[in-house]
Design a protein around this ligand. Sequence first.
Ligand code: 2AM
Ligand code: CA
Length: 254
Amino acid sequence: MILENILQVAKEAGKIMIEASNPKVMEKSGHANFCTETDEKIQAFLIDKLSKICPEASFLGEEDGQDVFTAKMSKGLCFVIDPIDGTSNFIYAYRPSVVSIALLKDGRPYLGIVYNPFDEMLFTAEAGRGAYLNKERIMSSDAPLAESLAVFGTAPYYEELRDRTFDAVKKLMPLCVDVRRSGSAAWDLCSVACGKCSLYFEMKIQLWDYAAAALIASEAGCKVTDIEGKSLSYSGASSVVCTARGIQEIPEIF
Ligand code: 2AM
Ligand code: CA
C-alpha cells in the first residue's frame, strides 16, 4: 500500500519533469555543478507528498540543504531522494533523467523507486521481494562480460577522479562489447538490473544517486559493492560497482 502511494508520487514528479521547458539553471559550486528550478520544484513536491504518506520519516535530498547523513537518519524510516538524477541531461534535453526515491529502514534499503518519465519506465524494488520494471519482474543478464555492454559514470565535478576513471575504462573496453556513459547513475544501475548491460562502475556518487537503484539492482540478482568489493554503506558518498549475474568476479580494472 505504501509502495503504491509512493509510485503515484514518483509518477506525478515525472510529469513535472516532462512539462518543464527551458528551466532556469542555477550554478552550484564547482565545475558543471548545476541545479535547475525544476530540481527544486520536484524536491519540494516530493517532500510535501512523501511526508504525508509517511509522517514519521526523515529526509535526505540533493537540493534542499539536508544533504548530510545524520545519526537520526540511521534509525527508523528515512527517504533518500534525488528529484532529477541526470540534471545535465535534463538541461540539454539529452536523455535520460530520472526521479529517484529510496526509503531506508534503520539505515538499510527497504524500498527503491526509479522513474524515467520520458520512456515511462518505472523501476521498483522491495527488500527481499524482487525487482520490477512496470510491474514485470526483472533479472540481470547471465551473459559473460565479453558478450555485454558496460557503463560507467564520472561527474565533471570530481576532477581528481578523472584519470583513475578513464584508466579503468581503458582496461574495461577490451573485456566487453563496448562502453557507454549515460550521465545518470540511477539509470545506469537500473540498466544493469534489467539486463541491458552487465557492469557499471563509478568512483564517487552520492547516497541519493545510488540508494534506490542499488536496491533495485541487488533485487535483480546483481552484486553491488564499492570498488574494493565491500558492501555499500548507505550512509553517504561511495564508489559503486554493479555486476550482473553472468559476472563472477569484478574484473581487475581498478
Ligand atoms: P545529478 O545529475 O543528480 O547531479 C553521473 O556521473 C552521476 O554524477 C549522476 O548521477 C549525476 O547526478 C552525478 N553528478 C553530475 N554532476 C555532479 C556534480 N556536479 N556533483 C555531484 N554529482 C554530480
Ligand atoms: Ca543525482
